[in-house]
Design a protein around this ligand. Structure first.
Ligand SMILES: [Zn+2]
Length: 233
């Protein structure tokens, strides 16, 4: 099968210019070309959506997959932006199918991670995307990068887990853990007050070099929090 069939056939390089033709397109002139109603790849442009931080006009577009995306007009016209991100995700998936990883646990983990963070109808969304937990740029649309960074799970019981439960899915904040380890991690993310600060057991553990399990055990038998998080065993 040829690697790049279909997908780009609907791409339109030069969309018709709306309005009456004025002389010269005037590079850099702020005359706005109305893109609404035009299609670029999978994106159907709906309406103007302000400007980005670099003063470039943005367009709210509806992707064939149902997501919306604010895209830069320039990128739409140049064919740089062709979907909400689902296209590169699919291409990535297709490449992986070739490598035989499409049905692997690591691929499933990548799919589920993205679902939890980006799909509002996912049953876990409120605990992830709904709480502002994001998948980092490097991983969001590239299974290859995810796989490069985390590898395959050590056993079928391992799941991708975030070290800081309030942090994003990033190479630094993720590891493969068993359910038991994950539960421990959750528990360590309960906030405590010690040394005049509010923090998780994990954070105090990193700060003072005392194992989270030690801190938890101490607190459970009634130690003063300041001492529990600081005293070397
Ligand atoms: Zn899409």
């Amino acid at each position: 099968m040829p690697p790049c069939s279909g997908a780009s056939s609907r791409k339109r390089k030069q969309p018709p210019v709306a309005g009456t033709g004025s002389s010269g397109e005037g590079q850099g002139k702020s005359r706005l070309i109305d893109l609404s109603g035009l299609r670029f790849g999978r994106l159907l442009v709906l309406e103007r959506a302000g400007i980005n931080s670099h003063n470039h006009p943005l367009w709210l577009s509806l992707c064939d997959c149902g997501n919306t995306k604010k895209a830069q007009g320039e990128n739409l016209r140049d064919g740089v932006t062709k979907s909400c991100g689902c296209l590169s995700a699919e291409l990535s998936k297709r490449r992986m199918t070739k490598h035989g990883l499409a049905k692997s646990p690591v691929f499933r983990a990548w799919i589920m991670m993205r679902q939890r963070c980006t799909n509002k109808s996912n049953k876990s969304y409120h605990n992830y995307g709904g709480r502002g937990i994001k998948v980092c740029k490097r991983w969001l649309n590239s299974f290859e990068n995810f796989y490069k960074d985390v590898g395959s799970p050590p056993s079928p019981n391992h799941q991708i887990d975030r070290i800081d439960n309030d942090g994003d899915y990033t190479p630094k904040n993720c590891k493969w853990s068993t359910q038991v380890e994950q539960n421990n991690n959750r528990r360590s993310n309960h906030f405590i007050f010690a040394c005049g600060k509010r923090g998780t057991i994990a954070q105090f553990s990193r700060l003072f070099g005392i194992k989270p399990a030690t801190i938890r055990r101490r607190l459970s038998v009634g130690w003063d929090a300041d001492i529990a998080v600081t005293l070397k065993p």
